[in-house]
Design a protein around this ligand. Sequence first.
Ligand code: FES
Length: 87
Amino acid sequence: GFEVQIAGSGQVVPVAPGQSVVQALAAHGIDVPVSCEQGVCGTCVMRVVQGEPEHRDMYFSAAEHAANHCFTPCCSRSKSARLVIDF
Ligand code: FES
């Protein structure tokens, strides 16, 4: 697992193995709009402020993945122990 921190509030939310970032945030009362939940549509896209996502979507290009400025919390995970996100 890893944890996400919300840039604005500083709130830290743990993400368990087998749980998506969207599910983890929802369990803490933070609802992220989603549609496909498969990394295709881009509805859920969030900015990455700090940390390195493990991209599992098909929405961004390889160059966008490498830039690590955004990620899709419906399906992507984190290579860093903590991912600081903004949305
Ligand atoms: Fe479609 Fe995340 S909900 S990419």
